[in-house]
Design a protein around this ligand. Sequence first.
Ligand code: ARG
Length: 271
Amino acid sequence: MDATSQRLLMCRPTYFAVDYAINPWMDPSAPVDAALAVRQWEQLRQTYLDLGHTVEEITPVPGLPDMVFAANGGTVIDGRAMAVQFRDPQRADEAPAYRAWFEAAGFEIYDPKHVNEGEGDVLLAGDHLLAGTGFRTAHAAHAQLQEVFGYPVITMQLVDPRFYHLDTALTVLDERTVAYLPEAFSPGSQAVLRRLFPDAVHATMADAEVLGLNAVSDGRHVVLPAQATDLAAKLRDRGYETIGVDLSELRKAGGGPKCCTLRLRQGKASK
Ligand code: ARG
């Protein structure tokens, strides 16, 4: 399997905290070790550098504790950056910060007309855009994504509040294959996934409960939470190299490796 070198955007968790609850993982009364969160994040960043990826950083903004979750900052494909609109007011001010970064980096900007939480809910799988809805990104946003990017958009109906973003329930492994938790999707969406990806890896609830599906693949190496041991074994059986990372502090906000990582797809050649 060939690895693709990726250009990634990350945001250091300098101001990370869990002081509101907008998903079932978040408990503002539980302690969070912010310094440990930074160290774990640095290990993730170093993992990407060791794999030969390029990591760019956006400056964190005080008062935006979830800004570390760069996947929610936009969707960037073929040099076009679609900015985001958050469902929850607590995260609203992240959107202009990421939009400004994309603009300064020279991407063509598109503004969202509906709630759209970026790569948290929008995953490019081969020539299809898989788009989640049910908790965050509005169904109406899917039509706009199709217009902006020109990829057929496949709506994925999420049904379990613990797996509120598509990237908590499904990982794109390469152009042809995904891994996912079937029970995180409606029956119709499960049928669509079986049709599109007959060879998909099915994850277990135990893997999903440690956010194991919140993984980043370059087509050969899969960076995933170290606790997702069953999933890692299944991926190795399929010929992928797995790299476990511990992001236990960030999981207290409901995020894992993929949430911390936004793929910047410059042009067609590097898609
Ligand atoms: N606390 C954040 C939220 O609920 C976590 C976001 C995780 N990001 C992701 N791409 N799944 O919005």
